[in-house]
Design a protein around this ligand. Structure first.
Ligand SMILES: NC(=O)c1ccc[n+]([C@@H]2O[C@H](COP(=O)([O-])OP(=O)(O)OC[C@H]3O[C@@H](n4cnc5c(N)ncnc54)[C@H](OP(=O)(O)O)[C@@H]3O)[C@@H](O)[C@H]2O)c1
Length: 284
């Protein structure tokens, strides 16, 4: 019962997946089969392995009985033992590392977190590939993950990916052609939202509200507004108009933001991030 999951490259994102899968609540009888009995966290240096050690030493026993092994410079052995492999490497090391860990019988499932590396590129090494783009809020269980699969990934394997990856937050499937856009929107997205939070905090500060309270206001406005859009299901534009009193403060502020090109700046910025993601995938 159970299988081995190897996380090759267990840094920021690898550790987010590691702790989310390890800490997942006790699975139903139906979902239990998707959980590994053992996770091997693989890094190439003692320094990065020590960071995993620190994380693991603070964990309580896994509700699904998962064990963790920490490995250094041992990718070949770990991936040989694993049925499922999560690649948490930086994009530029994906190709050399995959060349060192051949997938002899083509049965293993590779789940790649690497930005810009296409399913087609990964398919040159592994037949069954799921490409995942997630983001740093995953470390706190509030991540968003977009997944696309190669043709040979079967429905049970898709369900496994969805079960494991959704432990970092929300997981949705999109075709591979949308992955560069998803990289920009989801992967880089937190940085764009942080710019908004920082700008709102500094606006409060500029007008005399202390930093701590400005921060609290900015965070709660963002959180509350996102919830409002989610709960009502209404278009953001319609909700925006509800906030605008005729001749009032909100429409005045929005007009200045339109003059400054805030909306097109956000759209073009996300588009630019997607363009760079595509370029990353083309670099060898
Ligand atoms: N961070 C984000 O916000 C974010 C968001 C979306 C997607 N991603 C994607 O997630 C992937 C990982 O990013 P990250 O931020 O988690 O990077 P990271 O923190 O640098 O983690 C990469 C890990 O891989 C290890 N490593 C390097 N070479 C290795 C090898 N040959 N064998 C085994 N392990 C090796 C590194 O160890 P050493 O440091 O000791 O070399 C490090 O622990 C990237 O492809 C990135 O595009 C990241």
């Amino acid at each position: 019962m159970g299988y081995t999951l190897a996380i090759v490259g267990c840094g920021v994102m690898g550790q987010a997946l590691l702790s989310a899968i390890y800490n997942a609540p006790k699975a139903s009888e139906e979902a239990a089969k998707y959980y590994p009995s053992k996770i091997i966290a693989c890094n190439d240096t003692a320094a990065s392995a020590e960071l995993v050690e620190n994380l693991v030493s603070g964990l309580k026993p896994s509700p699904n009985g998962i064990e963790i092994e920490i490995a250094i410079d041992d990718n070949e052995r770990a991936t040989g033992e694993a049925k499922v492999i999560i690649l948490g490497l930086k994009p530029f090391v994906v190709e050399p590392v995959l060349s060192q860990i051949p997938n002899s019988d083509g049965s293993k499932l590779l789940i790649s977190l690497a930005a810009g590396i296409t399913v087609g590129q990964l398919n040159q090494h592994y037949k069954k590939v799921s490409r995942v783009m997630t983001n740093t809020p995953a470390k706190f269980g509030y991540g968003t993950a977009v997944v696309s699969h190669s043709e040979s990934v079967e429905s049970e394997e898709k369900a496994l990916v969805s079960e494991l990856v959704s432990q970092v937050g929300t997981c949705l499937e999109l075709p591979e052609k949308n992955m560069d856009a998803a990289t920009a929107l989801v992967g880089s997205g937190p940085a764009f939202v942080l710019l908004m939070i920082e700008s709102m905090m500094e606006a409060g500060l500029k007008m005399g509200i202390p930093l701590k309270e400005s921060r609290q206001c900015a965070l709660k406005v963002l959180e509350g507004t996102a919830k409002m859009v989610e709960i009502t299901g209404q278009a953001p534009g319609a909700l925006k108009h509800q906030v605008c009193t005729p001749g009032g403060t909100t429409i005045a502020g929005l007009c200045v933001m339109e003059d400054k090109g805030v909306k097109s700046g956000i759209i073009r910025g996300i588009e630019e991030a997607a363009r760079v993601s595509k370029e990353l995938g083309q670099k060898k």
